[in-house]
Design a protein around this ligand. Sequence first.
Ligand SMILES: Cc1cc2nc3c(=O)[nH]c(=O)nc-3n(C[C@H](O)[C@H](O)[C@H](O)COP(=O)(O)O)c2cc1C
Length: 216
Amino acid sequence: MQAVELADVIRTNGTCRFYTDEPVSDEVLAKALDYARFAPQGGNRQPVRFIAVRDQAKKAQLAEWYRVPWKAYMEGARSGQIDIGGDFKLVENADHMADHFEDVPVIVVVCADPDGVHPTDTELGRLSVVGGGSIYPAVQNFLLGCREQGLGTALTTLLCMFEPQVKELLGIPEHILTAAHVCVGWPAKPFPRKLSRRPLGEMAFVDSWGSVLPGV
Ligand SMILES: Cc1cc2nc3c(=O)[nH]c(=O)nc-3n(C[C@H](O)[C@H](O)[C@H](O)COP(=O)(O)O)c2cc1C
């Protein structure tokens, strides 16, 4: 397999919602999961665990649960109650993935031990997000490890609404939480060459909010 430059891996790692039936080997999966190990987490507590679900009956159950919030979202998008910013293609593609969720070769359930995420923003009277900082860098490393090997991925979180059911299905211990469900497989379409993202000048500042990085 030809090596892909890091910049290409990062810049073309769009969400994949169309997969071939080709199985994903243990070896390929292990390599991407190994990248996840090297992500930073608060206090090096290493709270993240991954469960790669290949079992057809379990994937079918996950698919059934996934479609509950997804179809409600679709309905809202169709009726205009949910603003999708005019991106109908994204919603159409995401609907295709929802309809074929059980056919995705692997669904990787990301779990974490809440005792190991060390949130420092729980007393601020706003949404606490710092705890996720000990989880999602590992997920991103995993996504990049997949992309490097030519695998497509879709990071999803809708199934977190079914956390109690998912935990029971997969035998996840009581004190462990679920943080994401990543679809993984060989892409049926080429990787995007350009992702739709805000320009650097709108998201990176120097010294104060709104002061754009010189040269951008
Ligand atoms: C926290 C999070 C949750 C997401 N949940 C879903 C999801 O439930 N279903 C889905 O199809 N895509 C989901 N996505 C993928 C986003 O829709 C996607 O990253 C975004 O639209 C950018 O598209 P691109 O990756 O193709 O450039 C999620 C992404 C993130 C970061």
